[in-house]
Design a protein around this ligand. Structure first.
Ligand SMILES: O=C(O)CCC(=O)C(=O)O
Ligand SMILES: [Fe+2]
Length: 289
């Protein structure tokens, strides 16, 4: 039975995926009903697109906190005076680095639940963000292959990724410290989403290094097959931004790619990450091991 929405109308851009929220009024404080419907919509549609409205730092944080507790996020520079707000700016001196399929920080035991971003500086052309639904990608596989994949786990690491490149730019010490602090982690290859119950393929090109317990050639071939499988147009939504457009994604059931076709023009965004207790609870209970 589809959920009924009273505070806005979700308009999915593809069947069951990437919904524009029509009629959502961010001009006033969010009521408990609106927050509950936003959480439900994120489970139903995995990516939410909110029409442009300039958010103050406080309203941006408030919107993120509708989905969970505001979290540390990734490793981007912070907005002055707002440690919860990360800023990603690309310009002539700072080329884009996120044009690789990833789910954020999947190399941690409990990766972020999701993120709310607002586009601040819109390039004259291009600069879409593209999301792929990891639940649609899993659903479309054959039953026999699903059964095979359900038994597997994969290793995720920041090493030999864009994160290592960024650390290297800060010097050897930064890399050595990260090697000590952030060991590779194991995630199930098929995760049961702790809140929606959907089964999702939890692997990505940036951070998944190998499938555990199988020959390395099997691992390499299956990961390459899945990488290609997961980015078929049927599972992918490419979002054309407007200035001050807002998007929210569920980092457990989607992966994303920031298209670098605008560079060297300037593009910048602000982001606030949130964490749901369900994720750490699932990890502790062993479901996400
Ligand atoms: O620049 C974008 O569109 C998305 C960047 C990204 O990967 C992120 O914010 O996690
Ligand atoms: Fe990202």
């Amino acid at each position: 039975m589809p959920h009924r929405y009273t505070q806005f109308t979700p308009m999915p851009q593809m069947s069951g995926f990437a919904a524009e929220l029509h009629g959502l009024d961010l001009g006033k404080p969010l009521t408990d009903t609106t927050k509950a419907e936003l959480r439900q919509a994120l489970l139903d549609f995995e990516v939410l697109l909110i029409p442009p409205v300039e958010l103050s730092a406080e309203r941006h944080i408030e919107l993120a906190s509708a989905f969970g507790s505001v979290a540390k996020g990734a490793f981007f520079p912070r907005k002055d005076g707002y440690p919860d707000i990360e800023i990603i700016t690309c310009d002539e001196q700072h080329p884009p680095e996120l044009n690789v399929w990833h789910s954020d920080v999947s190399w941690k035991e409990v990766p972020p639940t999701g993120t709310v971003i607002q586009l601040i500086d819109l390039p004259p052309q291009g600069g879409n963000t593209v999301w792929s639904s990891c639940s649609k990608a899993f659903d479309a596989l054959s039953d026999g292959f699903k059964t095979y994949l359900r038994g597997l786990t994969a290793t995720h690491s920041w090493q030999a990724s864009l994160v290592q490149d960024a650390l290297e730019a800060s010097g050897e010490e930064a890399v050595v410290n990260a090697v000590r602090a952030f060991k590779p982690v194991t995630h199930p290859l098929v995760r049961i989403h702790p809140e929606s119950g959907k089964e999702v393929l939890f692997i990505n090109e940036a951070f998944t290094r190998k499938i555990n317990g199988v020959h390395f050639r099997e691992s390499r071939a299956i990961l390459e097959f899945l990488r290609e499988w997961m980015i078929q147009p049927e599972f992918v939504y490419s979002h054309k931004w407007q200035k001050h457009g807002i998007a929210v994604w569920d980092n457990r059931s989607t992966q994303h790619y920031a298209v670098a076709d605008y560079w060297p023009a300037r593009r910048s965004l602000q982001r606030v990450t949130f964490q749901s207790e369900a994720d750490s609870a699932a990890r502790t209970s062993g479901q996400a091991k």
